[in-house]
Design a protein around this ligand. Structure first.
Ligand code: 5GP
Ligand code: ZN
Length: 153
């Protein structure tokens, strides 16, 4: 095992609020979220940068980010949109050298809240937030009624 914190999360050796997992990918809440529901999608197999990542796996990471963005809209978090961002390399301010796609929920008119979140990066009840996103994924899979929406506190 290497000393990569995201590899340790994949291995269950470091804690994380997981929202999605399959054979190749894992998604969990960012420990210092910009907004409530800020999620990271990573490949389970270590790849430091896009240079090291299989292109097909890159496509799967984006597909998962796409689904999460839809799920967050349908979840109690009631997002109106999302920023999907991937910082590739230290030159692009990548701070954790294991490829990750940020999915950051957005709401109409949230510019000030977003700017504050960018500065403070404080967690918002990760257990309930992860559960809300998992419910959003289930709503997406069922194409049924969306969970009741809540206002962000
Ligand atoms: P980057 O700047 O590399 O694109 O973003 C790395 C992200 O990983 C940051 O938003 C940071 O808060 C998050 N992060 C760093 N260490 C941990 C950790 O141990 N657990 C979780 N869940 N997120 C982390
Ligand atoms: Zn790693």
């Amino acid at each position: 095992m290497n000393d990569c914190v995201f590899c340790r999360i994949v291995a269950g050796e470091a804690p994380a609020a997981k929202v999605y997992e399959d054979d190749a990918l894992c998604a969990f809440l960012d420990i210092r979220p910009i907004a409530r529901g800020h999620t990271l999608v990573i490949p389970k197999r270590h790849a430091a940068e896009l240079e090291d990542l299989d292109a097909e796996l890159g496509a799967r990471i984006f597909r998962a980010g796409h689904r999460l963005a839809l799920a967050i809209r349908r979840s109690r978090l009631a997002a109106d949109g999302a920023n999907l961002v991937l910082n590739d390399g230290r030159a692009a301010f990548q701070t954790v050298p294991h490829v990750h796609l940020h999915v950051i929920p957005r709401r109409h008119g949230d510019t000030l809240r977003f700017a504050k979140g960018f500065l403070l990066r404080r967690p918002h009840d990760p257990v309930a937030t992860a559960a809300a996103i998992r419910d959003g994924i289930a709503a997406l899979d069922n194409k049924g009624a969306s969970p009741e929406k809540e206002n962000e506190g």
